[in-house]
Write a protein that binds this ligand. Structure first.
Ligand code: SF4
Length: 442
């Protein structure tokens, strides 16, 4: 997952991008980069506050930025990427993954192209180069049509900035007015906090074209595809105060918790959220069941999110979440979380609660089991690493050491979110694009 941000024709765009990326930090914590329209750039590993400091300030009114956690390519390859194409110099910031990138890359290599990174996003630059147009704007639009998934993308040169979502709409993107210019961000909450006005969701297949001295143009890509917004944005990734497709993320998670109880009438003394990911769902579960919610786990605020950190997931859990024995001792607890991917994190939490004196540890997950990998921008890695891909619910329960384990159904998830045009591929194995067979297991 990554976050992207753009600032067009505003005062001190560096600080605007800093603030937007700060509010998208949850989407990627490995590296940060910004590139201005004169192609000066700042890039570095770490958090926004560590990389974009007052000392690293660069002048400019227009620029794009990126926070990254890697799905394709090495962690050293920091976006936005800059390339000299046959249609001029361009910078791009990409959220998503191109599922058939290796085939496309191979085709370019056979024709003699040279890639400077292993990142799939670089393909956009190559498509712009070979586009059958002289004009760079036309060439970018052609490249966007040629790669149908999965992207929310910002493209920048000295004359224009483009914000686009792929025709399936896998990843989010918003834009709004700010300081006489325009701003774009992966989530509307970042624009709201900045103080932008007229905040609008970029529709799937839509391209926003911002050119100096002209009014914005909105174009639709001619490729038509079914809507497939990533349902995991609601389950896990997006900020609770974001509104995606007009649906508030916190409220969607709250409803997931309510539907979880409607489907599983569990008896227990207290509901405990796995902070912060399970908080909204636990509130919904508690509200529907009448079982009081309490904070049985304390979170160390100075650790990152374990799902997002590429290494050391298991060992960091014990430092990140600390049980409160006074809350859980002698109680039957229902632990609510948003998902189980590999199972290692939940296993540690269950055993910590037992050590803290819980009588029974029941685990409720407000999403269905993740059985298949994601090829559209989420690091669920290979099918082999997904515990639900080859384990029954009972086997997972045994592995994590819980007394009971229950999940929300796919039908319950759709009712909770309130929209049907979502991607469910990692839950049901139905991919709408070509995907690598070897890893999909389907
Ligand atoms: S496969 Fe899963 S994580 Fe990937 S886009 Fe679809 S719903 Fe989201």
């Amino acid at each position: 997952m990554c976050g992207i941000a753009g600032a067009f024709d505003v005062e001190r765009a560096f600080f605007v991008l800093h603030d937007l990326l700060l509010h998208l930090q949850h989407r990627g914590q490995e590296s940060v980069g910004i590139v201005m329209d004169n192609f000066t750039s700042i890039k570095g590993h770490g958090l926004v506050k560590e990389v974009l400091t007052e000392k690293s300030f660069i002048e400019g009114h227009t620029g794009i930025g990126h926070v990254r956690y890697s799905t394709v390519g090495g962690p050293e390859e920091i976006q936005p990427l800059v390339g000299y194409t046959g249609k001029g110099k361009l910078a791009i910031a990409h959220n998503g993954t191109i599922p058939d990138a290796s085939h496309r890359r191979e085709t370019f290599l056979e024709r003699g192209a040279v890639f400077s990174t292993t990142v799939d996003s670089e393909l956009f630059l190559h498509y712009v180069s070979i586009a059958p147009f002289e004009d760079s704007l036309e060439s970018v639009l052609w490249a966007l049509q040629t790669v149908p998934a999965a992207y929310s993308l910002l493209v920048l040169n000295e004359d224009f900035m483009i914000g686009a979502r792929d025709p399936y709409g896998y990843r989010p993107l918003f834009w709004g007015k700010y300081d006489g210019g325009y701003v774009l961000a992966s989530e509307d909450s970042a624009l709201v906090v900045l103080g932008a006005s007229d905040i609008t969701e970029v529709e799937r297949g839509q391209v926003i074209i911002l050119e100096k001295g002209k009014s914005p143009k909105i174009q639709k890509l001619s490729v038509d595809r079914p809507g497939r917004f990533c349902v995991f944005e609601y389950i896990y990734f997006a900020r609770p105060d974001s509104n995606l497709g007009g649906i508030n993320v916190h409220k969607a998670r709250f409803e997931m918790g309510r539907w979880l109880y409607k489907e599983h009438k569990i008896q227990a003394d207290i509901v405990i959220p796995v902070l912060d990911s399970g908080l909204s769902g636990a509130l919904g579960f508690s509200s529907e069941s009448g079982i009081p919610m309490d904070f049985g786990l304390m979170r160390n605020r100075y650790m990152g999110r374990t799902f997002i950190m590429p290494t050391d997931r298991k060992s960091s859990v014990r430092k990140k979440l600390i049980p409160i024995p006074e809350v859980v001792k002698g109680k039957d607890v229902v632990l609510i979380d948003d998902s189980i991917v590999r199972g290692s994190t939940m296993g540690v939490i269950v055993s910590m609660l037992r050590e803290a004196g819980a009588r029974k540890v029941i685990v409720g997950i407000h999403s269905p089991p993740v059985k298949y990998p994601c090829f559209y921008g989420i690091d669920t890695a290979t099918r082999r690493e997904l515990i639900a891909s080859d384990h029954t619910v009972e086997e997972i329960r045994e592995t994590i050491g819980a007394d009971e384990l229950f999940y929300l159904s796919i039908e319950g998830l759709i009712k909770a979110v309130g929209r049907e045009d979502v991607c469910l591929a990692c839950l049901n194995g139905h991919y709408d694009t070509w995907v690598p067979e070897v890893d999909s297991g389907v």
